[in-house]
Design a binder for this molecule. Structure first.
Ligand code: SF4
Length: 236
């Protein structure tokens, strides 16, 4: 390489003498960078999706190559977000493909110090047994002479990654079980960001699902096996 070629390849020289005085385009490029292509350009297909993090519901384009997610970006077609994602939504690729993502149920038994993997069927059986038992043991037909038909022994704290459909099903399930303490962590996590979200996206965190009830003082009776059973029926 001659001295003239070396100088002409110097980015500062190209910036001063070429058509890119700010050095943000051709002047700053090299043979290597000219070969670079974004992951979105080589994807096999693009799948429309919605950001899983909060109820603002920004739309996303999920880029797939060889049946693997390679990039997730904001969807410009969305009337909600018009291609924008907040920093949290911009990191959705990590949620999908990150090494720390868990693919198995982990269980830490009472007084245990380590997590142990469980198969899904066993975990679901354990959850089911505990829900039924707790509901039965903490069921209240009445409090202060008022029919309540509820249990305060169970509660649900949902996460901001739950979507509308999941929240709907969770609320429906727990209401059918007589659970009144149904909350969403987004109310805490997004309490400081609602103003910003409202300004940028004209929306905010998910609405609260129900108020947390006061601590019970009345005695409770055993739970029914069905929410429709009458107080006089045996509880099983
Ligand atoms: S505001 Fe952020 S976290 Fe919420 S849906 Fe949009 S990108 Fe996702």
């Amino acid at each position: 390489m001659g001295v003239r070629t070396w100088i002409q390849d110097w980015p500062v020289y190209r910036q001063l003498t070429g058509t890119d005085p700010l050095g943000r385009g051709a002047a700053a490029s090299s043979a290597a960078t000219r070969e670079l292509r974004p992951r979105t350009a080589t994807a096999d297909r693009v799948v429309k999706s919605v950001c899983p993090y909060c109820a603002v519901g920004c739309a996303q384009n999920v880029y797939v190559k060889d049946d693997r997610v390679v990039q997730i970006e904001g969807d410009p077609d969305s009337p909600v977000s018009r291609g924008r994602l907040c920093p949290k939504g911009s990191a959705t690729l990590q949620l999908t493909t990150g090494e720390s993502r868990r693919h198995r149920v982990l269980y830490r038994r009472p007084h245990g110090t380590d997590w142990e993997p469980l198969d899904l069927d066993t975990a679901l059986d354990m959850v089911t047994e505990r829900v039924i038992r707790t509901r039965r043991e903490t069921w209240q037909w009445e409090q202060d002479g008022i029919r309540v038909n509820r249990t305060l022994g169970l509660a649900s704290l949902g996460g901001a990654t739950l979507d509308n459909e999941e929240n709907y099903l969770i609320k429906k399930l727990f209401t059918a079980l007589g659970v009144v303490q149904v909350e969403n962590q987004a109310r805490v996590c997004h309490s400081s960001t609602v103003a910003g979200l409202g300004t940028s996206s004209a929306a905010a965190a998910p609405p609260p699902f129900s108020r947390t009830s006061r601590t019970p003082t009345a005695s409770s009776s055993r739970a029914p096996t069905s929410p429709r059973r009458t107080p006089s029926a045996s509880s099983g």
